[in-house]
Design a binder for this molecule. Structure first.
Ligand code: SAH
Length: 213
């Protein structure tokens, strides 16, 4: 086994001890080489359970948080279906979601990052992942509605446009709170179009910001 393969195996074992039980999520994470999404100088740190810098003052999410969010979104469903990711960053989570979703639309507000994300994803040849440079607070009206929406940046409130772009039966998961700490909030749109909200883990994400740069 290569050093990198050993590190992936260890990361998956650690996720299990941290309580991740969803086998589909674990095998999706096993398939994506995290080293390809961080600076080569950080390759040895790629599988540690910590966020790492990806430039532009942004971070790649820690493996546990990626796994936890996908487990919450997927629970009891066979697929994430048509999925929107707000805050693609380096593209890691979008790559993981590729095998859990029918389509992944990942938007990122920083142009330099979306370009890096596209380069990171190219060698993986994931035909169902599309990247767009856009303000995800507005959702992605041209591709809506979505069965799943995942927000990878924290805000005091969930943008209304995102909730509106949920399909009946769809789920949205977002970190809600102030700059220092947020809580994962799951919004579900029932088939009768009413909404329910549930709260999960405390987390800490970079801020969700309006506009593009
Ligand atoms: N999903 C990434 C983590 C990215 S960090 C991973 O797999 O590791 C969060 C990202 O959200 C940052 O790159 C930030 O630029 C982006 N972001 C913040 N506000 C945004 C917005 N309104 N629209 C799109 N992206 C946004």
């Amino acid at each position: 086994m290569t050093a990198s393969a050993r590190m992936i195996v260890r990361m998956i074992a650690r996720l299990r001890t941290q309580g991740i039980r969803n086998e589909a999520v674990l095998s999706a994470m096993q398939r994506v080489p995290r080293t390809q999404f961080v600076d080569s100088g950080l390759a040895f740190n790629a599988y540690e359970d910590t966020p790492l810098p990806i430039g532009f003052q942004q971070t790649i999410s820690q493996p546990f948080v990626v796994a936890r969010m996908l487990e919450i979104l997927l629970a009891g469903r066979a697929s994430l279906g048509r999925t929107l990711e707000v805050g693609a960053g380096c593209g890691y989570q979008a790559a993981v979601m590729s095998s859990l979703a029918s389509d992944v639309f990942a938007v990122e507000r920083i142009r330099g990052l979306i370009e890096t994300a596209k380069e990171n994803l190219r060698p993986l040849r994931l035909p169902n992942v599309r990247m767009k440079h856009a303000d995800g607070m507005l959702g992605l009206p041209e591709a809506a509605p979505f069965d799943s929406i995942i927000v990878a940046a924290g805000a005091p409130q969930i943008p209304v446009a995102l909730v509106e772009q949920l399909a009946p039966g769809g789920r949205l998961l977002a970190p809600v709170g102030d700059q220092r700490t947020q809580q994962l909030v799951l919004v579900e749109r029932r088939e009768n179009n009413s909404f329910t909200e549930s709260r999960y883990d405390a987390v800490r994400f970079v801020p969700l910001l309006a506009g593009t740069e």
